[in-house]
Write a protein that binds this ligand. Sequence first.
Ligand code: TPP
Length: 926
Amino acid sequence: MTNSSPLNPGNAEFLETLYQSYLDNPENVDPAWRSYFAELGSGDAPAAGNGASVVGIQARSALAEKQVKVLEFISANRYRGHREANLDPLGLYGRPQMPELHLEHYGFSDEDLDRRFNTASLHMESEATLREIRDMLKKTYCATIGTELTHITATHEKRWIQERLERVHGQFNFSVEKKRDILRWTTAARKLEDYLHRRYVGQKRFSLEGGEALIPMLDEVIQKAGEHHVKEIVIGMAHRGRLNVLVNILGKHPKLLFGEFEGKIDVGQGSGDVKYHLGFSSDVQSPGGPVHLVLAFNPSHLEIINPVVEGSVRARQERRGDHARREVLPILVHGDAAFAGQGVVTETLNLSETRGYGTGGTVHMVINNQIGFTTSDPRDSRSTLYCTDVAKLVQAPIFHVNGNDAEAVIFVSQLAFDYRMEFKKDVVIDLVCFRRYGHNESDEPFATQPMMYKKIKDQHGPRRIYAAQLVAEGVMKAGEPDEMAEAYLNALEGDSTMSRPLLQESGVDYLADWTPYLDKNWRAPADTAIPVETVEALGLKLTEVPAHFALHRSVKRIIDARREMARGERPMDWGFAENLAYAALLKDGYSIRLSGQDSQRGTFFHRHSVIHNQKEAGTHTPLQHIEKDQPRFTVINSLLSEEAVLGFEFGYSTADPECLVIWEAQFGDFVNGAQVVIDQFLSSSESKWGRFCGLAMMLPHGYDGQGPEHSSARLERFLQLCAEDNMQVCMPSTPAQMFHLLRRQMLRPYRKPLIIMSPKSLLRNRLSTSSREDLANEGFQVTIDEIDPVVPKEVTRLVLCSGKVYYDILEKRREHELRHVAIARVEQLYPFPEEEIVALLKRYPKANDVCWAQEEPRNQGSWFHMLSRRHLAGCVQQRHKLVYAGRTYSASPAAGYLNIHLAEQRALVDTALGLDAVEAARQKSA
Ligand SMILES: Cc1ncc(C[n+]2csc(CCOP(=O)(O)OP(=O)(O)O)c2C)c(N)n1
């Protein structure tokens, strides 16, 4: 071998990188190397003329070949060592034998063990014996930590992780103080469960036993985060171990928890929630200063908290201007079955590196107790090897760790946290453990898992194992671990703080102050109007385009038209009014975040809040240039998800009351993909948890003949969820109404979700326009009375309706010149504007026929809502006859055939105006 040969041992690092690249994908390397590596793998001699001249392969010696085999052995252990690692405390499924992880597979014999090889690519002495290389690899990759990196394409990330692992090679060398600390937190985790088990026999608590290592793991990440000047941590987790986290990590007073077990809960307002869903926040001390900890309130629906936590974190980062995403950290704790099974996990992972939703990486911790309720066989619970495989989608490193090895758990926690801070990406810790009891404490696990539970019976858990280890190492005297446990229990009974020291006064800046927004009265006044001069000035601002910016022809037409609207030379359309509402809110000091699929342009080519240069790459967002130092305006084209994106926006809005957060469905029909977020958070979070949120949703709704899935935002579902003024459901019918509605949402000292049935065809309806004066006078009108000069006393029929159908009825009434019919609009369906409706009914003393007209089928839309005595049915008097005009009962929201749609639409308009009765009478007399 010549010195210039690539097979020279001095080039081993180069070779190894090349070889790794080849193993990742043979296409990555030059064809000459590809065939060379392929032949090495097959054990055949390289064929002549395979490009060897290029790489000097002829010089290959037996030693060089062995060196390459060593590299292959190293690589196999680095990337597949986890398959043989000792991860499962129960040893349920045995450890597969992987030949490529053993030297024999590469033709090495015992004689080779003392031969020295170059180890430049390993983080150890530059030369070592094969025995040393093997032992180091086994301790690093096949012991109680299993590392999965093969799916990561960034070589520098893999190397960074490998270096951290190999430098330590399973010898963690924690100080005596650190070891005692690890035992302290493992003891806290275990002893709390023991105590609750004894004191509250058979009560549900979703014990953490078997997975106690979660507590030292969380503590480690939190303390390290504090050291790195992380200021806030938002934790999302389900039922398992939640009470333990509340007491031992967040410092909830034991007495409060015990009170909850004993049913002594201060209900306060609302209907409350079970104890293992409750959230909490506190400020704990860390070596780097105070850290604000938040445990998010959580519904039973597994994993749905994930996007909510991410949204909350993003809002907090933006509030404090944390562009590097180093000051606020999300931690998500999962169950193994839920992580593998729930689609929202994938959706949330998919948010993690997008521009609009990234939070700089989440630390995921999976409490992998190898069972979900009664389903434990992996053949039933997933189609993947590990429950964590889904995280490979974002190339997150995955560290599997044996939950009985407390030190390995701590090491992996440090590594995962450091990775997140270094690369700003998601990382996963899979805590392989077991579940001491049944799904909850009154559930009998032996009935369905006899084999697993026989093994669990013999398990003592990580605390006892680690205590024995520390005594054996001489770190503690015999009896000392018991004293530690005793001290914990005494403090627990004495209602001491069981977590790290809590700070009474928060030392953390930038926390949102909700006190100005707690008004419960939806009628709280809001001056949403702006002077005509401001309409003009802001409107013109919106039409400014940078010099040399080439606009698309159609966009230019829209911008030109907006200029005329600003000057009052043309009626105002919806696109203009909506953008103007944002501009005016920005001027008032509120930031804005609008997201949804295609929200920048707008699905219906109407918004154009971001415009594109047609000549060279570049965009312009007029709303980011309203004035100097204005608040943030963010408009995002979201990924194609409803559930995670809406969850994220909910989370965002709960963390920033000064930001108008809007989620827009592409068509309202798709909102039901996010139904869990609507049911579990939007409609009920205030009642369950006292959590407020001012999120607005725009759901394009209206019957335009576009078929069953492009017509209905399922208004009826939202109305069914309405009670106790929990949210607002509105259907504005003019641009000015939209303007005032959006402004009202921020200007009132009131934060409740706002559901807007937003326009589609109305966007271009020549009847649905507004003037500058409409923005300058008045505000949002919850009802709009007749606009034509009908004489109230002559009116015998009052039609009430909302949204687009109003214009259909209006046009036909005008066409038929019906003087006895008045048409009024109900723009706010909930909270129901009872006073205004009663006043309307009074204005038409002879209008005994009160018709509720809607486009939706009778079993959908708002008809049933109107029939409730709390709504229209409660406002009418004896003289009134309440009649229905709309589509008949239907299983599907809308007809697919256009001719059916048109016939239905014609018929319902006729019914609303009473023309059907006239026609029937005419036919009868004929
Ligand atoms: C979306 C949803 N589906 C079903 C349930 C009912 N459920 C509650 S816990 C559980 C098992 C969860 O298993 P795993 O994620 O492994 O967590 P573990 O309870 O084992 O800690 C199930 C199915 C639920 N809460 N949420």
